[in-house]
Design a protein around this ligand. Structure first.
Ligand code: CU
Length: 288
């Protein structure tokens, strides 16, 4: 049965509770930590050697589509009414309103150590201890909007600039690709931070704390953010009917990116699935 992912601002109180409860149950069972670990292990950047499947690469979008889908299936094994909601950060831009409410994600971190003190994922409430990370911190951290050095969430105009690009991606297929929907959406822009952080990247920076690391999955907002990014890929496909995932073919020997990016019909690690097979999600889920 095809299910629906909803805008988080439209969820009923009971839908919010069931989503949170399912996350807490995955955490209790130890399954949640496996998702964090997978994301850390697939964080390979331009400067490192080896295949880049998840970030700074064309397969950024299909990789995270599959990743969110796996989490969603795990949540639905706990409670089959649950789907991953999306956070439209072009509209819900407050540091204190949705999704940062007491019943959903809780709020920003306190100023001394950025520890999140409110909501179900606050360490002090005993159900969200960080076990997989890149530091020893056991509590979830955030710094919404970067209190001491403020940055803004991306605007709808900036998002539109990504959606308007009819090319999916281009050489050198990394964080320096000057054009293409993928890099405009992933958000590695030219120049220096913070101006160079666009769309997806800027949201990670705006949330701060755990979201600014390869252990970003520890903050459940990761899923709401990536569901919205995933929705943008669908919108881009609808708008540019003839456009496709690129590269269509594996890059030849001699190309500096040979063996470093996943082509359209190549397997996307750690799964046995290709970008081509992930292009259409309509038989699994749709967006409201
Ligand atoms: Cu990621």
């Amino acid at each position: 049965m095809v299910y629906t992912r909803k805008d988080v601002s439209t969820l009923t109180r009971s839908e919010v509770r069931r989503f949170v409860d399912a996350l807490l149950e995955l955490k209790r069972r130890g399954e949640y930590g496996e998702f964090v670990r997978t994301h850390i292990e697939h964080f390979v950047s331009d400067g490192e050697s080896g295949l880049r499947a998840a970030h700074m690469a064309p397969s950024f979008l299909p990789w995270h589509r599959k990743f969110v889908l796996d989490l969603e299936q795990a949540l639905r094994r706990v409670d089959d009414s649950v789907t991953v909601p999306y956070w439209d950060w072009t509209r819900d831009r407050s540091r204190t309103a949705l999704p940062w409410t007491e019943d959903l994600l809780g709020g920003t971190g306190r100023s001394s150590d950025r520890q999140v003190m409110s909501g179900p994922f606050a360490f002090r409430h005993g159900q969200w201890t960080i076990t997989e990370g890149v530091t020893d911190t056991r509590y979830l951290t955030r710094d919404l909007g970067r209190a001491k050095n403020p940055i803004a969430l991306p605007t709808s105009a900036e998002l539109e600039a990504a959606l308007a690009d009819a090319l999916y991606d281009q050489a050198p297929w990394d964080s320096t690709s000057a054009k293409g929907f993928r890099n405009r959406m992933e958000g590695w822009g030219p120049g220096r931070p913070p101006a160079s952080w666009r769309n997806h990247n800027r949201v990670h920076r705006w949330v701060g704390g755990h979201m600014v690391s390869s252990a970003s999955v520890n903050d459940p907002v990761f899923w709401l953010h990536h569901a919205f990014v995933d929705l943008q890929w669908s919108r881009w496909q609808q708008r540019h009917r003839d456009a496709r995932y690129l590269p269509a073919e594996p890059l030849p020997r001699g190309d500096a990116q040979h063996g470093r990016v996943v082509a359209w019909q190549e397997k996307l690690p750690p799964w046995d699935v290709t970008p081509e097979e992930l292009e259409d999600h309509d038989r699994i889920y749709r967006y409201a």
